[in-house]
Design a protein around this ligand. Structure first.
Ligand SMILES: [Zn+2]
Length: 314
């Protein structure tokens, strides 16, 4: 079966064409800044991969998605609100379309094909422009009434900085790509002669570049990533208190999210776990599918829809 999966994040759009479970083509572009652009960009991404033989298109989008209608209600990192994406795309593409939250489909992909294979109850934390979340319960995406898992916007610090969502002190203000960039800019300003500042003299300060520097052994970059990792761990600890998952998977587009950020998160989560003397911390694993997880999951959801798997639409 051929399907197309599209992951529309705060900065990038990744579309994959999958045939019988294998990725055969990919298309990347930047996320537009207008509502019309959002719809057009998904349309273009799907067409760029070729619709011939495609039985369904799945879309994961960063923000609040009404399920099962597939309308994009709103999100702080994507232009537009109350966009009837599924209906519009079905009209222009001429194939069935399913639209879900990007982290929900990333969680589905990691559950079926990635780090959480073999686990029934999974929570996924995606780090990128913000923090996304997906919940898999007994092998199925749990959506609540539609919007479950938006823990990037759980209140972390009532005195914290303003979030892109308009509220103050959300978790993602301290544990995301932009949080890492903010910390890095402070360090560069305070220590303009440091090796870290010199490294970024001609290179844009991005979350990806900072995590790459950390992975390459830069001590300052490692320290900054560890700070973000500690905030990540505290938030994950709260999620464990609420949901008691079998496994936690951390992934997303923040560079190659790896042990440099997940190891400190694991240590902090172990420290702050409620009743830690009497329970085990669930495994906190690095995602296996990397930045492709959302697009792969969207393609999987599209295939589920074609095959009539009940969770694709109620
Ligand atoms: Zn927020």
């Amino acid at each position: 079966m051929a399907t197309i999966g599209v992951d529309l994040g705060g900065t990038k759009i990744l579309a994959l064409r999958c045939e019988d479970g294998t990725v055969v083509a990919r298309h990347r572009t930047t996320t537009p800044r207008t509502p019309d652009g959002t719809v057009a960009a998904i349309h273009e991404a799907a067409r760029a991969l070729g619709l011939e033989g495609v039985e369904a298109v799945g879309v994961g989008i960063a923000g609040l998605v009404r399920w099962p209608e597939g309308s994009f209600a709103w999100g702080p990192h994507v232009a537009g609100s109350d966009l009837p994406l599924r209906i519009e795309l079905e009209g222009t593409l001429g194939v069935p379309v399913v639209v879900d939250n990007d982290a929900n489909v990333a969680a589905l992909a990691e559950h079926r094909l990635g780090a959480a294979v073999g686990y029934r109850n999974v929570i996924m934390v995606t780090l990128g422009t913000g923090i996304g979340g997906g919940i898999v319960v007994d092998g199925r995406i749990y959506r609540g009434e539609s919007f479950a898992g938006e823990w990037g916007h759980m209140l972390y610090d009532p005195h914290g900085i303003l979030c892109d969502c308009g509220k103050r002190g959300c978790w993602e203000t301290v544990a995301s790509g932009p949080a890492l960039v903010r910390l890095a800019r402070e360090v560069i300003e305070l220590n303009p002669d440091s090796s870290f500042a010199v490294r970024f003299a001609d290179t844009p300060v991005t979350g990806e570049a900072i995590t790459a520097a950390a992975d390459a052994g830069d001590e300052i970059a490692r320290g900054l990533v560890a700070q973000v990792g500690a905030h990540l761990g505290r938030g994950i600890c709260s999620l464990i208190a609420i949901l008691d998952p079998e496994v936690v998977v951390v992934g997303g587009g923040l560079g190659s999210v790896g042990e440099s950020v997940v190891a400190p998160a694991r240590r902090v989560a172990a420290d702050c776990l409620h009743g830690s003397a009497h329970r085990m911390l669930p495994p906190i694993l690095v995602a296996a599918l990397g930045p492709d997880a959302g697009a792969i999951g969207a393609a999987l959801l599209a295939a589920d829809h074609v095959e009539g798997v009940s969770e694709a639409r109620r």
